[in-house]
Design a protein. Structure first.
Length: 323
């Protein structure tokens, strides 16, 4: 059967008339109290419920009280309070009751004086912001003075700076926000971020974090180059001086090839047979680190060589025979 347009319109009118004839009991709707609707989280076990209750208590203990001092940021304090209250799954009415315990000094006096006009949580937030929100010039000054600290991450700086920009000018454009974010960034990151030309604050965050990771990697490679970790400090062969001193000595071959010279060049202490024997049998006479240097600097007045004295001169007998 083909349904024509006229037949379709007729069916539509019949259905509309049927729905219009339905009589709703309005008295039942009036009896429903919307304030009695409370959200109750569903827990799968008693242990899970106890854990969530304990977690909520711990989070409530971390909250800071607000006194209304000039250095306190009422907007940030409210955001922190609201976030913890939401994690603890508090309802609006319970938030209003709980926040009163976190007011102290001037803020507590203010609430007591205006309690009659503050009846719920949204009204409380509006009124306390009006009372303790800093002046525009103070917010601008705070925004201008906020700079990235030497050991502060880009993400931490970005979140704090963006919040200050929003407080100083809620309708601040993306270009102006990027300007404030860039000029107070670390000096090592500024040229790299400017070169990449971020369009939105989100682009700025992504680019700045990428440049931050690159610099951290380069700094790590530079540190490894300057401070190698795989050097064997017990390997004495790596030092040429130590290798020379550890070179084996052959006194017999040295004595057999020995030829006296009139003006011989200075020789190291380790090449002298008599000095070697003396150091092996006699106790050390020099306790200072420079004892070796001072001993090799001595010159024999018989043969005029360095490294020994006349008493131990190997040519002493030759000189005596000549006399």
């Amino acid at each position: 059967m083909v349904t024509t347009r006229a037949h379709y319109n007729h069916l539509f009118e019949q259905e509309a008339q049927r729905l219009a004839d339905i009589d709703f009991n309005s008295s039942y709707c009036l009896e429903v109290d919307i304030n009695s609707i409370v959200y109750h989280p569903v827990f799968l076990s008693t242990m899970e419920e106890q854990f969530m209750n304990t977690l909520a208590k711990e989070q409530m203990r971390t909250l800071v009280k607000f006194s209304g001092a000039d250095h306190e940021d009422v907007v940030k304090w409210l955001c922190d309070m609201d976030a913890v209250f939401d994690r603890a799954q508090l309802q609006m009415s319970n938030k209003y009751i709980a926040v009163q315990s976190y007011l102290t000094v001037t803020a507590e006096k203010w609430f007591r004086h205006n309690k009659s006009t503050i009846s719920d949580w949204p009204t409380f937030k509006l009124e306390i912001i009006k009372a303790y929100q800093p002046l525009l010039n103070q917010m601008l000054l705070k925004m201008e003075q906020r700079r990235q600290l030497p050991h502060e991450s880009v993400l931490e700086y970005y979140v704090d700076k963006r919040q200050l920009c929003s407080q100083a000018d809620p309708s601040m454009s993306s270009a102006m926000a990027i300007h404030h974010l860039t000029k107070d960034l670390k000096s090592t990151l500024i040229p790299h971020v400017i070169r990449r030309r971020p369009i939105t604050p989100s682009d700025f965050l992504v680019m700045a974090q990428e440049e931050e990771k690159i610099q951290l990697t380069l700094n790590g490679l530079s540190y490894d180059t300057k401070h190698p970790q795989n050097i064997d400090f017990n390997d004495d062969n790596s030092d040429d001086t130590i290798a020379i001193l550890k070179r084996p000595i052959h006194p017999s071959s040295h004595a057999s090839n020995y030829q006296p010279r009139t003006t011989p060049p200075p020789q190291p202490l380790m090449n002298s047979k008599f000095v070697y024997d003396r150091s092996a049998h006699l106790p050390p006479r020099y306790g200072s680190p420079n004892s070796l240097t001072s001993f090799t600097s001595r010159q024999c007045y018989e043969c005029h060589r360095f490294g020994h004295i006349a008493k131990y001169c190997p040519n002493r007998k030759n000189f005596q025979r000549g006399i």
